[in-house]
Design a protein around this ligand. Structure first.
Ligand SMILES: Cc1cc2nc3c(=O)[nH]c(=O)nc-3n(C[C@H](O)[C@H](O)[C@H](O)COP(=O)(O)OP(=O)(O)OC[C@H]3O[C@@H](n4cnc5c(N)ncnc54)[C@H](O)[C@@H]3O)c2cc1C
Length: 213
Protein backbone atom coordinates (compact mmCIF):
# COMPACT_ATOMS: atom_id res chain seq x y z
CA UNK A 1 0.00 0.00 0.00
CA UNK A 2 1.17 3.52 -0.76
CA UNK A 3 0.08 6.90 0.60
CA UNK A 4 0.69 9.63 -1.97
CA UNK A 5 0.99 13.10 -0.41
CA UNK A 6 2.56 15.17 -3.19
CA UNK A 7 0.97 18.57 -3.91
CA UNK A 8 -1.79 18.82 -6.50
CA UNK A 9 0.58 20.56 -8.92
CA UNK A 10 2.93 17.57 -8.81
CA UNK A 11 0.04 15.11 -9.19
CA UNK A 12 -0.94 17.04 -12.34
CA UNK A 13 2.63 17.34 -13.65
CA UNK A 14 3.15 16.05 -17.20
CA UNK A 15 4.73 12.59 -17.35
CA UNK A 16 8.50 12.77 -17.53
CA UNK A 17 8.81 16.24 -15.98
CA UNK A 18 10.75 16.76 -12.74
CA UNK A 19 8.96 15.26 -9.75
CA UNK A 20 6.12 13.79 -11.82
CA UNK A 21 4.75 10.41 -10.75
CA UNK A 22 3.85 7.71 -13.28
CA UNK A 23 1.17 5.28 -12.13
CA UNK A 24 1.06 1.88 -13.83
CA UNK A 25 -1.66 0.99 -14.53
CA UNK A 26 -2.99 4.53 -14.96
CA UNK A 27 -5.54 5.77 -12.43
CA UNK A 28 -7.98 7.55 -14.71
CA UNK A 29 -10.41 8.72 -11.99
CA UNK A 30 -7.55 10.32 -10.07
CA UNK A 31 -6.17 11.94 -13.23
CA UNK A 32 -9.59 13.38 -14.08
CA UNK A 33 -10.21 14.65 -10.54
CA UNK A 34 -6.75 16.23 -10.28
CA UNK A 35 -7.30 17.81 -13.69
CA UNK A 36 -10.61 19.32 -12.54
CA UNK A 37 -8.89 21.26 -9.74
CA UNK A 38 -6.46 24.16 -10.11
CA UNK A 39 -3.22 24.48 -8.22
CA UNK A 40 -3.46 28.20 -7.52
CA UNK A 41 -0.41 30.37 -8.22
CA UNK A 42 1.14 32.22 -5.25
CA UNK A 43 4.05 34.61 -4.89
CA UNK A 44 5.65 36.02 -1.77
CA UNK A 45 8.29 38.76 -1.43
CA UNK A 46 10.11 39.52 1.80
CA UNK A 47 11.72 42.96 1.91
CA UNK A 48 14.02 43.99 4.74
CA UNK A 49 14.28 47.74 5.31
CA UNK A 50 16.80 49.45 7.56
CA UNK A 51 13.92 50.66 9.72
CA UNK A 52 10.17 50.24 10.00
CA UNK A 53 9.56 53.33 7.82
CA UNK A 54 5.79 52.83 8.00
CA UNK A 55 5.70 53.64 11.70
CA UNK A 56 8.32 56.38 11.94
CA UNK A 57 8.16 60.14 11.46
CA UNK A 58 4.79 61.45 10.34
CA UNK A 59 3.62 57.94 9.43
CA UNK A 60 3.02 56.90 13.02
CA UNK A 61 -0.61 56.28 12.15
CA UNK A 62 0.51 53.04 10.46
CA UNK A 63 2.26 51.79 13.62
CA UNK A 64 1.08 48.31 14.52
CA UNK A 65 -0.74 47.69 11.23
CA UNK A 66 -1.47 43.99 10.88
CA UNK A 67 -2.54 43.41 7.30
CA UNK A 68 -2.93 45.83 4.42
CA UNK A 69 -4.74 45.36 1.10
CA UNK A 70 -3.96 47.56 -1.87
CA UNK A 71 -6.62 47.01 -4.53
CA UNK A 72 -5.05 47.26 -7.98
CA UNK A 73 -1.49 46.91 -6.66
CA UNK A 74 0.94 44.55 -8.41
CA UNK A 75 1.69 43.20 -4.92
CA UNK A 76 -1.67 43.76 -3.24
CA UNK A 77 -1.26 42.30 0.26
CA UNK A 78 1.32 43.24 2.89
CA UNK A 79 2.01 42.43 6.52
CA UNK A 80 4.81 43.17 9.01
CA UNK A 81 6.71 40.70 11.21
CA UNK A 82 4.56 41.44 14.30
CA UNK A 83 4.82 40.63 17.14
CA UNK A 84 8.57 40.88 16.37
CA UNK A 85 9.52 44.50 15.78
CA UNK A 86 11.58 44.72 12.58
CA UNK A 87 11.92 46.42 9.23
CA UNK A 88 10.68 43.32 7.40
CA UNK A 89 7.55 43.45 5.26
CA UNK A 90 6.02 40.45 3.50
CA UNK A 91 4.21 41.03 0.22
CA UNK A 92 1.78 38.42 -1.10
CA UNK A 93 0.01 37.93 -4.41
CA UNK A 94 -2.23 35.11 -5.60
CA UNK A 95 -3.83 34.00 -8.87
CA UNK A 96 -3.10 35.95 -12.08
CA UNK A 97 -1.03 38.55 -10.19
CA UNK A 98 1.24 35.79 -8.88
CA UNK A 99 1.61 34.41 -12.40
CA UNK A 100 2.64 37.86 -13.59
CA UNK A 101 5.23 38.18 -10.82
CA UNK A 102 6.63 34.75 -11.71
CA UNK A 103 7.03 35.80 -15.33
CA UNK A 104 9.08 38.98 -14.81
CA UNK A 105 12.76 39.43 -13.81
CA UNK A 106 13.54 40.01 -10.10
CA UNK A 107 14.48 43.68 -10.59
CA UNK A 108 11.12 44.46 -12.26
CA UNK A 109 9.37 42.54 -9.49
CA UNK A 110 11.21 44.58 -6.84
CA UNK A 111 10.26 47.82 -8.64
CA UNK A 112 6.58 46.81 -8.70
CA UNK A 113 6.69 45.87 -5.02
CA UNK A 114 8.19 49.26 -4.12
CA UNK A 115 5.56 51.02 -6.27
CA UNK A 116 2.89 49.18 -4.29
CA UNK A 117 4.45 50.26 -0.99
CA UNK A 118 4.73 53.87 -2.18
CA UNK A 119 1.00 53.87 -2.93
CA UNK A 120 0.17 52.13 0.33
CA UNK A 121 2.18 54.31 2.72
CA UNK A 122 2.91 57.43 0.69
CA UNK A 123 6.67 56.95 1.16
CA UNK A 124 8.67 58.18 -1.87
CA UNK A 125 10.19 55.44 -4.08
CA UNK A 126 13.67 56.94 -3.65
CA UNK A 127 13.39 56.63 0.16
CA UNK A 128 12.21 53.03 -0.10
CA UNK A 129 15.13 52.17 -2.41
CA UNK A 130 17.57 53.82 -0.05
CA UNK A 131 16.18 51.94 2.99
CA UNK A 132 15.97 48.52 1.31
CA UNK A 133 18.72 46.25 2.67
CA UNK A 134 17.79 42.76 1.54
CA UNK A 135 15.06 40.79 -0.16
CA UNK A 136 13.88 37.24 -0.80
CA UNK A 137 11.49 36.18 -3.57
CA UNK A 138 9.52 32.94 -3.19
CA UNK A 139 8.13 31.62 -6.44
CA UNK A 140 6.13 28.47 -5.73
CA UNK A 141 5.38 28.03 -9.43
CA UNK A 142 9.10 27.64 -10.18
CA UNK A 143 9.60 24.87 -7.61
CA UNK A 144 9.00 21.57 -9.44
CA UNK A 145 8.08 19.89 -6.14
CA UNK A 146 5.37 22.47 -5.40
CA UNK A 147 4.22 23.82 -8.81
CA UNK A 148 1.99 26.44 -7.19
CA UNK A 149 0.52 27.45 -3.84
CA UNK A 150 -2.52 25.38 -2.97
CA UNK A 151 -5.64 23.88 -4.52
CA UNK A 152 -8.49 26.00 -5.79
CA UNK A 153 -11.85 24.41 -6.65
CA UNK A 154 -13.32 25.83 -9.88
CA UNK A 155 -17.09 26.00 -10.37
CA UNK A 156 -18.41 22.52 -11.10
CA UNK A 157 -15.48 20.67 -9.48
CA UNK A 158 -16.81 20.24 -5.96
CA UNK A 159 -16.75 16.45 -6.26
CA UNK A 160 -13.07 16.24 -7.28
CA UNK A 161 -11.65 16.17 -3.74
CA UNK A 162 -14.04 13.33 -2.83
CA UNK A 163 -12.65 11.25 -5.70
CA UNK A 164 -9.07 11.98 -4.63
CA UNK A 165 -9.87 11.03 -1.03
CA UNK A 166 -11.17 7.61 -2.09
CA UNK A 167 -8.76 4.64 -1.85
CA UNK A 168 -7.86 3.07 -5.19
CA UNK A 169 -8.02 -0.75 -5.18
CA UNK A 170 -7.35 -0.67 -1.41
CA UNK A 171 -3.72 -0.04 -2.41
CA UNK A 172 -3.30 3.64 -3.29
CA UNK A 173 -4.27 6.32 -0.78
CA UNK A 174 -4.07 10.04 -1.45
CA UNK A 175 -3.57 12.76 1.16
CA UNK A 176 -2.71 16.44 1.06
CA UNK A 177 -4.70 19.65 1.32
CA UNK A 178 -6.22 19.13 -2.15
CA UNK A 179 -7.94 15.94 -0.94
CA UNK A 180 -9.83 17.62 1.91
CA UNK A 181 -13.56 17.09 1.48
CA UNK A 182 -14.77 19.43 4.23
CA UNK A 183 -13.76 22.77 2.73
CA UNK A 184 -10.35 23.06 4.40
CA UNK A 185 -8.22 22.70 1.25
CA UNK A 186 -5.41 25.23 1.18
CA UNK A 187 -4.73 25.02 4.91
CA UNK A 188 -2.23 23.25 7.16
CA UNK A 189 -4.93 21.82 9.44
CA UNK A 190 -6.83 20.54 6.38
CA UNK A 191 -3.69 18.81 5.11
CA UNK A 192 -3.08 17.22 8.53
CA UNK A 193 -6.63 15.86 8.65
CA UNK A 194 -6.25 14.24 5.23
CA UNK A 195 -3.04 12.57 6.40
CA UNK A 196 -4.88 11.05 9.35
CA UNK A 197 -7.74 9.96 7.09
CA UNK A 198 -5.36 8.31 4.60
CA UNK A 199 -3.45 6.55 7.38
CA UNK A 200 -6.72 5.20 8.85
CA UNK A 201 -7.95 4.02 5.43
CA UNK A 202 -4.60 2.37 4.75
CA UNK A 203 -4.55 0.53 8.10
CA UNK A 204 -8.16 -0.64 7.59
CA UNK A 205 -7.26 -1.99 4.15
CA UNK A 206 -4.18 -3.79 5.45
CA UNK A 207 -6.11 -5.35 8.35
CA UNK A 208 -8.80 -6.56 5.94
CA UNK A 209 -6.28 -8.38 3.74
CA UNK A 210 -6.18 -12.16 4.11
CA UNK A 211 -3.03 -13.20 6.00
CA UNK A 212 -0.42 -15.17 4.03
CA UNK A 213 0.08 -18.69 5.46
C1 LIG B 1 2.54 31.23 0.42
C2 LIG B 1 1.66 30.29 1.17
C3 LIG B 1 1.03 30.73 2.31
C4 LIG B 1 0.19 29.88 3.03
N1 LIG B 1 -0.39 30.34 4.17
C5 LIG B 1 -1.14 29.50 4.92
C6 LIG B 1 -1.69 29.94 6.16
O1 LIG B 1 -1.50 31.08 6.59
N2 LIG B 1 -2.45 29.05 6.88
C7 LIG B 1 -2.66 27.77 6.46
O2 LIG B 1 -3.32 26.99 7.16
N3 LIG B 1 -2.14 27.34 5.28
C8 LIG B 1 -1.39 28.17 4.50
N4 LIG B 1 -0.86 27.74 3.32
C9 LIG B 1 -1.25 26.40 2.82
C10 LIG B 1 -0.50 25.28 3.48
O3 LIG B 1 0.89 25.59 3.49
C11 LIG B 1 -0.76 24.01 2.66
O4 LIG B 1 -2.16 23.79 2.55
C12 LIG B 1 -0.14 22.78 3.32
O5 LIG B 1 1.24 22.98 3.59
C13 LIG B 1 -0.29 21.61 2.38
O6 LIG B 1 0.28 20.48 2.98
P1 LIG B 1 0.45 19.19 2.10
O7 LIG B 1 1.02 18.14 3.00
O8 LIG B 1 -0.79 18.91 1.34
O9 LIG B 1 1.54 19.60 0.98
P2 LIG B 1 3.03 20.08 1.17
O10 LIG B 1 3.24 20.72 2.49
O11 LIG B 1 3.34 20.86 -0.07
O12 LIG B 1 3.85 18.72 1.19
C14 LIG B 1 4.04 17.96 0.04
C15 LIG B 1 5.47 17.43 0.06
O13 LIG B 1 5.68 16.58 -1.08
C16 LIG B 1 7.00 16.77 -1.53
N5 LIG B 1 7.09 16.30 -2.92
C17 LIG B 1 6.70 16.94 -4.05
N6 LIG B 1 6.94 16.17 -5.13
C18 LIG B 1 7.48 15.01 -4.67
C19 LIG B 1 7.91 13.80 -5.31
N7 LIG B 1 7.83 13.63 -6.62
N8 LIG B 1 8.42 12.82 -4.53
C20 LIG B 1 8.49 12.97 -3.17
N9 LIG B 1 8.08 14.09 -2.51
C21 LIG B 1 7.58 15.09 -3.26
C22 LIG B 1 7.19 18.27 -1.39
O14 LIG B 1 8.57 18.59 -1.38
C23 LIG B 1 6.52 18.53 -0.05
O15 LIG B 1 7.43 18.39 1.02
C24 LIG B 1 -0.01 28.55 2.59
C25 LIG B 1 0.64 28.10 1.43
C26 LIG B 1 1.47 28.95 0.73
C27 LIG B 1 2.18 28.42 -0.50
Amino acid sequence: AIIVTVPLGVLRAPAGSTGAIRFAPRVHDVERAAGALVHGPLFKLLLRFREAFWSSGNRRRHRGFGFAHLPGGAVPTWWPSAPVDSGVLTGWAGGPLAEELSAIPPEVRRARALDSLQRLFGTPRSTLEELLEDEAHHDWQADPYARGGYAVTPVGSLGAARVLARPVAETLFFAGEHTHTGGQAGTVHGALETGERAARDCLDALRARPRAR
